[in-house]
Design a protein around this ligand. Structure first.
Ligand code: ZN
Length: 156
């Protein structure tokens, strides 16, 4: 069957950036499983999987806007070191604000730190190599739970 709304799709993938650096991969893990059409994966990949079938392999190139979003300059901020309550601040450290946003310290300059609250893959064009293993209808239980049961999903 072809991938359409409410299909359960299992696939293996390798995610690279434009330079070919591997950012993520399901290699060595269970195949990834999701319910199609529910926004469980980045929109650009979901679009390109539509209509595919088990056994298909594809390279899906996803622009940042349909991936993890463009870089939001408002989420690049210079924060005075005085705001950290005397704590040592170094590049690579991460802080979480009450809105659950994770900020990474990009660099520390005289008197202030440069923080980035964007998703680490914001602004990145994503290159997914995908091997589709299985396509089936989601069960009623899966649709009501909003996740896949069995291979690549929840076991309960
Ligand atoms: Zn469940």
């Amino acid at each position: 069957m072809q991938i359409s709304k409410n299909s359960v799709v299992t696939f293996h993938y390798t995610l690279k950036d434009a330079e070919g650096t591997v950012l993520d991969s399901s290699s060595g893990r269970e195949a990834f499983a999701y319910i199609h059409g529910g926004g469980m994966i980045v929109p650009g990949l979901e679009e390109q999987l539509e209509g595919r079938t088990a056994g298909d392999s594809l390279l899906a190139v996803v622009e940042a806007g349909k991936g993890y979003g463009e870089i939001d300059p408002q989420l690049l901020q210079k924060v005075p070191l005085d705001n950290f309550g005397g704590q040592t601040v170094e590049a690579g450290m991460q802080f979480q604000t009450p809105d659950n946003r994770v900020w990474s310290v990009m660099e520390v300059e005289e008197g202030h730190a440069v923080l980035n609250g964007n998703h680490p893959l914001a602004g990145v064009t994503l290159h997914f190599s995908v091997d589709i293993h299985g396509v089936r209808e989601a069960t009623q239980d899966e649709l009501s739970h909003g996740h896949v049961h069995g291979e690549g999903g929840h076991h309960h």
